[in-house]
Design a protein around this ligand. Structure first.
Ligand code: GDP
Ligand code: NAG
Ligand code: NAG
Ligand code: MG
Length: 409
């Protein structure tokens, strides 16, 4: 039966439109994770946060806010005195990987954290370096706190470029990604630092008897009085990880992190947590180009220069296997995987999202971004201001996506 020519043309056109749409659907989700059995559905059997944010019309930090929920452990009498052998301090330390040349900048960070929090609780400071600390560094940082300080060398085998890295390939990759403007790509020590912070700091012998840590970098600022034991709060509220700023990464620096992660998850579907934040990791709605370049990962990550965390997570079997897989793949050197995206992807997959906490009350700045609450406890930053840098930096903020999927708890 011969169809009229017009109908044949229409039929063919319809077919090609259909084909085009099918292709679009497949292209839209380049690295989408499909692990049906273990992937929990939103809201299933879990208490969902009542504090989710569907529409972002202003920074929630512009709204007045206070302390997180009770229980809160406070100073009373001498319970947190620095020399109290039976203090209420838990198994925790402030830690910093820092260079001797950054003495002045780490003293700035110490002054702020001591003034706003630690002069009350006196948690020890643990310093790490890939070369020995100078006497001046030790003296001046010891004088900056009443709490104990200790100084440790990073073991060579934790810092050196691993034997399986092909140095020719490394140099070629550096040239390639430099041309794509990946910041710090040419700085070998930056790659080493990111790798150490990703998977090796938790293995340092000096932390063997420590459970919680607060990571502090040189030249950061703290603005708000914090009057409860932050580590005690993590323990009492069963939290694994606390962040305060959430931003997008340079997608070129992590182009194969997601595909490599998907390979790992295919072999280890059992590590996917029922309460995972996969939807957050894959949400490219604000920055589709980032997700495309990063092959399925939005690049949204907890900004890890601030971290309050439970080391048990970084020492868990799931994370150790994952880190080893990533390390073997070479991406810390052939690309410039940051510890922030690596930590964030792992937390989003292996941890229950209710165990990740936004410390909205800890006013903080690491240039060029702020976390600044509107609270009488804060001075020196402007409530609700995210950056004081160029206007385009505003679009680096990905807290809206975290608040949409998880909430502001
Ligand atoms: N000891 C030591 N610390 C380093 C080295 N590279 C980076 N760091 C530390 O690692 C952290 C991140 O480095 P930073 O230069 O602040 O990177 P950025 O915040 O990403 O610009 C800081 O605490 C630095 O002091 C290094 O080669 N040796
Ligand atoms: C502190 O934590 C570490 C690691 O979780 C553990 O091995 C150690 O026994 C703990 N120490 C105390 C005093 O609780
Ligand atoms: C803390 O988390 C663990 C592991 O997810 C869970 O088994 C436990 O019941 C939680 N405890 C509290 C007090 O929420
Ligand atoms: Mg820094």
């Amino acid at each position: 039966m011969a169809l009229p020519k017009a109908m044949r043309i229409l039929g063919a056109a319809t077919f090609f439109v259909f084909l085009f749409l099918v292709l679009q659907v497949f292209r839209a989700e380049p690295g989408a994770l499909k692990i049906p059995e273990t992937g929990a559905k939103e809201g299933e059997g879990k208490k969902e946060s009542a504090n989710k944010l569907d529409t972002w019309d202003h920074d929630p930090q512009a709204d007045p806010s206070g302390e997180p929920p009770e229980p809160l452990r406070r100073v009373s009498g001498n319970n947190y005195d620095p020399d109290n052998e039976n203090s209420d301090r838990i198994n925790a330390t402030i830690l910093s990987l820092v260079r001797n040349e950054e003495l002045h900048d780490i003293l700035q960070s110490m002054r702020d954290l001591e003034r706003t929090w630690n002069h009350k609780f006196n948690y020890p400071w643990t310093f790490f370096n890939d070369v020995p600390f100078t006497e001046e560094f030790k003296e001046k940082t010891t004088a900056a706190t009443k709490a104990k300080t200790s100084y440790h060398l990073v073991p060579k085998e934790h810092w050196e470029i691993p034997s399986w890295i092909n140095m020719d390939l490394y140099h070629e990759s550096v040239a390639l990604l430099r041309a794509q403007k990946v910041q710090y790509m040419e700085k070998t020590s930056y790659h080493q630092m990111c790798r150490w912070n990703s998977g090796l700091f938790s293995q340092h012998p000096a932390l063997a008897t420590t459970q919680y840590y607060w990571r502090v970098e040189p030249n950061v600022h703290f603005f708000c009085d914090v009057d409860y034991d932050v580590f005690g709060w993590m323990q009492d509220h069963n939290k694994t990880y606390g962040f305060n700023i959430n931003i997008y990464d340079s997608a070129e620096s992590v182009a194969t992190l997601w595909p490599e992660t998907m390979k790992f998850m295919k072999d280890h579907p059992e590590y996917l947590n029922e309460g995972n934040a996969l939807k957050w990791l894959e949400d490219g709605s604000h920055r589709p180009d980032n997700k495309k370049t990063a092959n399925g990962y939005s690049t949204c990550h907890f900004w890890s220069n601030f971290e309050v965390g439970d080391l048990s997570f970084w020492r868990s079997e799931a994370y150790r296997d994952y880190f080893d897989h990533l390390d073997r793949s070479g991406g810390f050197f052939y690309e410039r995987w940051g510890d922030a995206p690596v930590h964030s992807v792992a937390l989003g997959l292996f941890e229950d999202k209710s165990k990740i906490h936004w410390f909205r009350d800890i006013g903080y700045q690491h240039i060029p971004f702020f976390n600044c609450p509107t609270s009488p406890k804060c001075t020196g930053c402007q409530g609700g201001r995210f950056t004081d840098g160029a206007a385009w930096l505003q679009r680096e903020d990905c807290r809206p996506v975290w608040f949409k999927h998880v909430g502001m708890d």
